[in-house]
Design a binder for this molecule. Structure first.
Ligand SMILES: Nc1ncnc2c1ncn2[C@@H]1O[C@H](COP(=O)(O)OP(=O)(O)O)[C@@H](O)[C@H]1O
Ligand SMILES: [Mg+2]
Length: 250
């Protein structure tokens, strides 16, 4: 599914969180939005999912405007969000959390098949299927949050900070899962502060600063860019490992 944002602005009361952002994610590709904490990344994702209204601009999927549709309709149209902070139902099992992702679907056979696919994608979740959300590790919660979004059978998957606070080994599991989801033809828009990781998964990268898009370029170009490297990626080529090993920002 092709996603296009046209001059999108989003306000939180008096705060202009997103200002005139235009970008396109081609169907079947992975794109990343990079930027510091507070840049407006999550606000854009929530705007696409219909969880916050636009102040101005348009959002098109396959050329059709959706910015005035309610969230449920956007889910039906194939948009699913794995939100920042995972937000599982803490008193529900992994299995029930996953099935919740399919709450708008009526094809029970397809839902059961997709559940098996999620467990194949994340074998750890199959082992933990009867555990309550609140008893999962951070990595397991993130797997379940992505799995729940996949259960909606999206054509556009929005992933907000899938690597945040996770250990390197778990980040590898996450990265491989995202590659496998993308290989099925799902369009993926990824938000990350871990720029190395995001760009290594993406075809295109978009850099957000204080709500404005300051750069859009092929991921390889951004990875090689010296200025960007200083600003966002750090000087250490192994920054992915060190970033991943550092504690999550509070
Ligand atoms: N619900 C909210 N109410 C008020 N301000 C918010 C809300 N959510 C985010 N903001 C503000 O909007 C800006 C962008 O936030 P956010 O989209 O969460 O950034 P990011 O995801 O890039 O860290 C920040 O200044 C943040 O403080
Ligand atoms: Mg955020």
């Amino acid at each position: 599914m092709r996603l296009e944002l046209q001059e999108v602005s989003i306000r939180h009361g008096a705060i202009a969180a997103v200002l005139g952002v235009s970008l396109t994610v081609e169907s079947g590709t992975v794109a990343a939005i990079l930027g510091a904490n507070g840049a407006g990344k999550s606000t854009i994702m929530r705007g696409i999912a219909g969880l916050v209204p636009l102040h101005a601009g348009r959002i098109l999927i396959d050329g059709r405007a959706i910015e005035n549709l309610p969230t449920e309709q956007r889910i039906r149209d194939g948009i699913a969000l794995s939100p920042e902070g995972r937000r599982l139902f803490p008193e529900m099992s992994v299995h029930d959390n996953l099935v919740c992702g399919a709450y708008l679907r009526r094809d029970q056979t397809g839902v059961r098949a997709d559940l098996d696919k999620v467990y194949a994608l994340f074998p750890r979740l199959a082992e933990r299927r009867n555990s309550l959300g609140r008893n999962l590790s951070g990595g397991e919660q993130q797997m379940a949050a992505i799995g729940r979004a996949v259960m909606a059978r999206p054509r556009l998957l929005l992933l907000d900070e899938p690597s945040l606070g996770l250990a390197p080994a778990v980040i590898h599991v996450m990265a491989n899962a995202i590659r496998r989801i993308a290989a099925t033809g799902v369009t993926v828009l990824l938000v990350e502060q871990n720029s190395h990781l995001a760009l290594s998964l993406s075809k295109t990268g978009h850099v957000l600063e204080s709500g404005r898009l300051v750069r859009s370029a092929p991921a390889a170009e951004l990875l090689a860019d010296a200025d960007l490297k200083r600003a966002y990626l750090g000087d250490d080529p192994l920054a992915l490992e060190s970033l991943a090993a550092s504690p999550p920002p509070v």
